[in-house]
Design a protein around this ligand. Structure first.
Ligand code: SF4
Length: 276
């Protein structure tokens, strides 16, 4: 069995988040409280680490720094995926908890893991906390970069919580051309690999809300991810597939907007939608 080079693989180490971003593409603005354990992550990695070799590997969430085992996870991930110099190892975070995690800087430096900090908003209360976090990160010596998403976020669904509805499209090809997931952000979840975060984490919303979730999501809940039992041909076909019909879940045009503060509580955000 030969190992297949793929562009990118990412996964949640927690579904919990300390932010409530409007329109979160992974739905983790919705008050989830669930960390992925180290043993579970090892199981997922071992199912794939001899079959695929991602050029980029990204640890994310939710907010990954909420997982209390994050330092061990960073070291273990480097070891289990045998990440080399020609690959990029990344931790994506909102940065606000950076100072609170013992050993985090050392782990990032030791494993050559780059810290990507997403900037979510231009709101002044948020920006003050963001700037403080960046100041600490800058002094720590870790390699980091800022992904400024304060003005170029775009919605893939409307509503919040159980009221979410896909914006949808009459052309899955055009939706794919404007893919909000970046076309290559394959997700590892429960040992399976999904085309994108929007498809991977949608079943969490279904588990949470059951029949209260709009039936407009039903076609996308039928999406079949890549399974560890699938053949090498299936794996190759999966990673070379481009537009597929499930992409009609996403809008065909980009609806850019400037994000509100991500610091509201889920309860407050829910109340805003309930009054609409
Ligand atoms: S469903 Fe298709 S267009 Fe939408 S985020 Fe996923 S891969 Fe991209």
């Amino acid at each position: 069995m030969s190992i297949l080079a793929i562009p990118h693989l990412e996964w949640h180490v927690t579904h919990s988040c300390n932010f409530t971003c409007q329109g979160c593409g992974h739905y983790t603005n919705d008050g989830y409280k669930e960390d992925i354990t180290i043993d579970t992550l090892k199981e997922w990695y071992l199912l794939w680490n001899k079959r695929i070799r991602p050029r980029e590997l990204s640890i994310l969430g939710g907010e990954p720094l909420l997982n209390p085992r994050i330092v061990e996870i960073i070291y273990m991930t480097k070891e289990y995926w045998n990440i080399k110099e020609d690959q990029e190892f990344e931790l994506v975070s909102n940065g606000l908890l950076f100072d609170r995690i013992d050993g985090l800087s050392d782990a990032l430096i030791d494993t050559n893991c780059i810290l990507t900090i997403t900037k979510h908003s231009k709101d002044s209360n948020y920006t003050r906390l963001f700037d403080k976090a960046i100041n600490s990160i800058d002094k720590s010596g870790v390699k980091y970069r800022i992904h400024d998403a304060s003005e170029n976020w775009y919605l893939v669904y409307t509503g919040y919580g159980c009221s979410i509805e896909p914006i949808g499209s009459d052309s899955y090809e055009e939706s794919w051309d404007n893919c909000p997931g970046g076309q290559e952000n394959f997700q590892l979840l429960d040992g399976k690999i999904y085309k994108c975060g929007a498809l991977a984490y949608l079943p969490l919303q279904k588990q949470k809300y059951g029949d209260a979730l709009s039936p407009k999501w039903d076609p996308y809940l039928k999406y079949r991810p890549l399974l560890p039992t699938d053949s090498d041909i299936d794996v190759l076909e999966f990673f070379t597939r481009t537009a597929e019909t499930v992409c009609s879940m996403c809008p065909k045009n980009k609806h850019y907007y400037s994000k509100d503060t991500p610091l509201h509580s889920p309860r407050y955000v829910k109340s805003l939608y309930d009054t609409k």
